[in-house]
Design a protein around this ligand. Structure first.
Ligand code: HEM
Length: 443
């Protein structure tokens, strides 16, 4: 008996799928699985995409049968800037790198960065004046950028951070043009100015990062992440080459700051919309912290703050889509998924699934305080992905988000201007379309 392909839109609806996906990818991912089931196939330009909405099947892709899948085409495209780093590498090479990089990012090791994180947030907020209008998105991007540059690269913020940031930002703009516009329809080897600019950005980043790595090798002994990676050795006693360190540094830079900035921005947007939840959070912060800055040990003492972060990551998952590509035909949920299909797992849609979350569209952090995480099916909530390739920075990110949120919310309330509406721009990450305007009110 032949295995059927997954159901999906037909006829005119099939033809309209790409423009509709382009116009509103978030709504599209929710609708396709609701209408066609937990495994649904849809043609997006040159790619056949298979959306998966059942946590058990997601577990097959990310964990049980992960060796049958590689990263998807869009993620692979990032290799122009991150080379063969952890995000894009595969197989035995990825496994070796993951073993080398994981130890310094474990929970017990990252506590050393907590004080620097809280101090950076306090320094930023201390410069804000009561009644001042700010773009919170820009502020959070800058704050998490400074923290990454200090903790990952052991550098003082300033010139290097700006140069790396400009290069990566320019690259991401071009990358977006390539994957979300008509350019996606062109053959992958078709010469386009965007591809040329993206390669040039990769070379600029080479120069900056290799220079940092050479300086670090000469100095040796720092406790920033890059110094620890320089000293890391695999089972055979071999360390990483400069070229490999360059790729991993670029990867950590790309993956390690924007996502956290987005989570923080959306947390404040949600709090501004809901004064009762905001007051509930303030009550905890005022009682637990008083006037001191939070440290690593406080994270466990701030359950409401943690719940605000978890709930923000549920409703606004910065990595709103996770992709894979099967290396051979596989059967999933009774349907044939063909080699080369793009398997898409959308945390955005899964986190809004009424099968797992009551009132899924309501921002209600308290839902996390009564054991919800333990009751949920595995992989129903996956802001950091899951399985073998779960986010390697998840402890770092969660600690950073809790400490920054606590430090800032202890000092200020952030109001949205009257009439302002959040509009989202789901690119590789879930960005706000027009920044996040806020008015500062000192507490
Ligand atoms: C709120 C913040 C963050 C979110 C939502 C997030 C989300 C994710 C997700 C969903 C994945 C899995 C992608 C996949 O399976 O294809 C991932 C992977 C990854 N993340 Fe994060 N991340 C965050 C912060 C960080 C930070 C702070 C770092 C670095 C310090 C980091 C480094 C990485 C790396 C290197 C990978 C690739 C891991 C591998 O494939 O082995 N992320 N992240």
């Amino acid at each position: 008996m032949t295995v059927p392909p997954p159901p999906g839109p037909r006829g005119l609806e099939r033809l309209l799928a790409l423009p509709r996906f382009g116009r509103d990818p978030l709504a599209f991912t929710v609708e396709i699985t609701r209408r066609h089931g937990d495994v649904a196939r849809v043609q997006l330009g040159r790619d056949a995409a298979v959306l998966v909405g059942d946590p058990a099947l997601v577990g097959e892709v990310l964990l049980d049968r992960e060796h049958r899948f590689h990263k998807d085409r869009v993620t692979r495209g990032l290799s122009v800037i991150v080379g063969n780093g952890l995000l894009t590498s595969e197989g035995d090479f990825w496994r070796r790198q993951r073993r080398l990089i994981a130890p310094p990012l474990q929970r017990k090791h990252i506590a050393r960065y907590a004080d620097a994180m809280a101090a950076s947030a306090a320094a930023l907020v201390d410069r804000w004046r009561d009644g001042e209008a700010r773009d919170l998105h820009r502020d959070m991007m800058r704050l998490t950028l400074d923290i990454v540059v200090e903790t990952l690269f052991g550098l003082q913020v300033g010139d290097v951070a700006d140069r790396v940031d400009r290069t990566v930002e320019g690259f991401m703009r071009d990358f977006q043009l390539l994957v979300q516009t008509w350019r996606r329809l062109l053959p992958h080897d078709f010469p386009q100015p965007v591809r040329r600019r993206m390669r040039a950005a990769g070379r600029v980043l080479d120069d900056i990062l290799l220079e940092i790595i050479r300086t670090k090798r000469a100095a040796a002994g720092g406790d920033d992440l890059l110094s620890l990676l320089l000293a890391a050795r695999d089972d055979a006693g071999t360390g990483m080459t400069d070229a490999q360190l360059r790729d991993e540094a670029a990867t950590l830079f790309l993956a390690g700051h924007e996502t956290t900035a987005l989570a923080l921005g959306y947390a404040f947007v949600a709090l501004a919309r809901d004064p009762a939840v905001e007051a509930w959070l303030h009550e905890e912060l005022d009682a637990a912290l008083g006037d001191r800055l939070p440290g690593a040990d406080d994270v466990a003492r701030l359950p409401r703050t943690c719940a605000v972060v978890d709930e923000t990551l549920r409703l606004f998952p910065p990595a709103w889509m996770i992709g894979r590509e099967p290396q051979a035909d596989v059967v999933m949920g009774g349907f044939r998924v063909s080699r080369g299909d793009q398997v898409l797992i959308a945390p955005w849609a899964m986190h809004r699934d009424p099968r797992w979350f009551d009132d899924p569209l309501v921002f209600r952090p308290a839902r996390w305080l009564d054991g919800l995480a333990e009751r949920l099916p595995r992989f129903a909530y996956l802001p950091f992905g899951g399985g073998a390739r779960v986010c390697i920075g998840n402890h770092f990110a969660r600690m950073e988000a809790v400490l920054l949120l606590a430090t800032i919310a202890r000092r200020v309330r952030l109001e949205a201007p009257p009439g302002w509406r959040l509009r989202l721009a789901p690119t590789v990450t879930l960005r706000p379309r027009d920044g996040l305007p806020v008015v500062v009110r000192r507490r």
